[in-house]
Write a protein that binds this ligand. Structure first.
Ligand code: PLP
Length: 448
């Protein structure tokens, strides 16, 4: 059931086919380089792109811009305590700032970090500490057709084999990303979180939850994990996060804000160390690189993120988009995640080999055909990892309506109809950090 009505609107227009063609060429066939004005339905990311509520806008106006001890920070602290169950908060300008603060504190050169799947900025921050990010997804995570409730889980079997190989002393950090963004946004069960807690204790490692989509994850737990069938999302969120030593959070996801992030923990010593590093990289620890008004909006957003009506509306609209795309014949990763529909470009374009980036080909076709912007999360974004050629259509929170999704479905159906003409791509300019190449690299269509 729909949970919102509009109170403010923004005009969007669909550029002509010719304009789209030229925009794509000028962007080096990398949709990160497109002007947002040239995009009709923007499903590039759900990060910071959502609509704030009237309560958030009200909080924004009343934000306290004091450098130290701001009232807005008090609001954030109590929201984090109530919603996530942690006493200490170190704010950061966004999730990756929080990652730098926390992982820079916990990791040293030569260490290994385990994660169900490292999100791209997480992988880069671990690598930036000269540590080694090792993924431990469950085997079904990268099977687009496997029907399992928690394909985002961390494989304890894989984690143990890594520890057996490198030695426990080299593994000071275990991360669980909920939901598992880089594994098609699949949820993680509370049972799995409990086992990871025990495992971290066994090897004496710090257990961090990347909580960017903790509320969406908690919603899936109430739907799919029998033990929590009658629990509220808020109860599940607190239970699951409660097993971690610390969380890293992007306020741009389940903080329902346009910017912001934080580390939260109950560990006094970790808190003190993070605060020091935060002063160096983010700002004084009561604002952490955010304006006071943004801290205030985030404090309200965190509470709204665990409202049942919001989550029901959101998860249903994403699931609906996924099933309608599947109905018109687009190979879709199942089950659908909470924040995005993942398309299997390898299956859609079997004639385009992996080294010519079938996912990027699909991303470009969706833009060319209908001004729809998605993002590649296959061989282009994750070089040298063995994963399916996925394209993510991320759904901004509280932003698009059924008519927008109708247009996306029609666009995808038209692309599929003409699939034989679709060519692959080659990279013509490559940035220096391979972990981040998909953000800025330029491409050209392969000759056909
Ligand atoms: C978005 C995201 C981050 C980084 O957060 P930013 O606010 O974009 O810096 C980290 N981990 C996961 C799982 C994310 O989805």
């Amino acid at each position: 059931m729909v949970a919102y009505k509009s109170k403010m609107v923004e005009r969007i227009t669909l550029p002509s086919r010719d304009q789209r063609e030229r925009a794509l060429e000028a962007a080096g066939y990398n949709v990160f380089n497109l002007d947002a004005e040239a995009v009709f339905v923007d499903l590039l990311t759900d990060s910071g792109t959502g609509a704030m509520s009237d309560a958030q806008w009200a909080a924004l106006i009343r934000g306290d811009e004091a450098y130290a001890g701001s009232r807005s920070f008090d609001r954030l602290e109590s929201a984090v305590a109530d919603v996530m169950g942690f006493d200490h908060v170190v704010p950061a300008h966004q999730g990756r700032g929080a990652e730098n603060v926390l992982y820079g504190t916990v990791l040293s050169a030569g260490d290994v970090a385990l994660n169900n799947t490292h999100f791209d900025t997480t992988r880069a921050h671990v690598a930036n500490q000269d540590a080694d990010p090792v993924d431990c997804p469950v085997p079904e995570a990268h099977d687009p057709d496997a029907d399992a409730p928690f394909k985002g889980n961390l494989s304890l079997e894989r984690a143990r084999s890594v520890v057996d190989e490198v030695g426990a002393e080299r593994v000071p950090l275990v991360i669980q990303t909920i939901t598992n963004n880089s594994a098609a946004g699949q949820p993680v069960s509370v049972a799995n979180t409990r086992r990871v807690r025990e495992f971290a204790d066994e090897i004496d490692a710090t257990f961090v939850i990347d909580a960017c989509r903790f509320a969406e994850n908690a919603y899936f737990v109430t739907q799919r994990e029998a033990e929590f069938a009658s629990a509220t999302v808020a109860e599940v969120a607190r239970e699951q996060l409660g097993y971690a030593d610390a969380v890293v959070m992007s306020g741009k996801k389940d903080g329902l804000a346009n910017v912001g992030g934080f580390v939260a923990t109950d560990d006094e010593s970790l808190f003190e160390q993070c605060k020091q590093r935060a002063i160096l990289y983010e700002g004084f620890p009561t604002y952490g690189g955010m304006a006071g008004r943004d801290v205030a909006a985030l404090a309200v957003g965190l509470r709204e993120a665990v409202e049942e009506s919001y989550l029901e509306d959101r998860i249903a609209s994403v699931r609906d988009l996924g099933s309608r795309l599947a109905e018109v014949g687009i190979p879709v990763y199942t089950p659908t995640s909470g924040h995005a529909v993942y398309l299997d470009a390898g299956a859609a374009f079997p004639h385009v080999p992996a080294n010519e980036f079938p996912g990027q080909a699909l991303v470009c076709e969706l833009y060319r055909e209908g001004g729809v912007r998605g993002v590649e999360l296959g061989s282009f974004a994750f070089p040298e990892t063995d994963r399916p050629e996925l394209v993510r259509l991320a759904v901004p929170r509280r932003t698009y309506h059924r008519e927008h999704f109708d247009h996306v479905v029609e666009t995808a159906a038209a692309v599929l109809e003409d699939r034989r003409d679709v060519a692959g791509f080659e990279i013509v300019s490559n940035p220096s950090m391979p972990e981040l190449r998909h953000f800025t690299a330029r491409l050209e269509p392969c000759p056909t």
